[in-house]
Design a protein around this ligand. Structure first.
Ligand SMILES: [Fe+2]
Ligand SMILES: [Fe+2]
Length: 155
């Protein structure tokens, strides 16, 4: 499996989580409930961004250079980190909801840019073998088995 397909699959799950957090923000006035939804989002989003920064960005950098889209994507990852820090410091439900709403907007836009620009560039500048090797590294890191032959044996 190509790394870009794996990352797209993660986006699919994270979009579902964005909807869940958005629903909690819209319907709950319990600060603890909002905080716990945000805490799950933080763990999963940061883990996703770390895989992009460890596996995808360094392999694109020799082709795209450190500036341009990679600089924008890295800056947006830092911006999202900052939203989580601000959310942790928000003491009242109103300001917490505002920060989380802004965070969801930025994260959603960031995903759209990756899907429409960065992942498309990755498929253009990295060959099939490289994308598959990186997909294997993604699977090892996520503990996902992708080799069905190894699973089914030779029967
Ligand atoms: Fe990202
Ligand atoms: Fe992403």
């Amino acid at each position: 499996m190509k790394l870009t397909d794996a990352l797209l699959g993660e986006h699919g799950v994270l979009y579902a989580l964005f909807e869940h957090v958005s629903h909690v923000v819209a319907t709950s006035n319990e600060i603890g409930e909002v905080r716990s939804a945000v805490s799950v989002l933080e763990k999963l989003l940061l883990s996703h961004a770390r895989l992009e920064e460890d596996l995808l960005f360094p392999n694109l950098e020799p082709r795209l250079g450190p500036m341009g889209p990679l600089a924008v994507m890295r800056a947006e990852h830092r911006e999202i980190d900052q939203f989580f820090e601000t959310a942790k410091q928000s003491e009242d439900i109103g300001s917490l909801k505002k920060v989380v709403g802004d965070l969801l907007d930025v994260a959603h836009d960031h995903f759209q840019k990756e899907e429409m620009a960065l992942f498309a560039m990755a498929r253009q500048v990295l060959d099939e073998a490289t994308l598959s090797r990186l997909g294997d590294e993604w699977a090892a890191s996520r503990k996902v088995k992708v080799d069905s032959q190894g699973c089914m044996g030779a029967a």
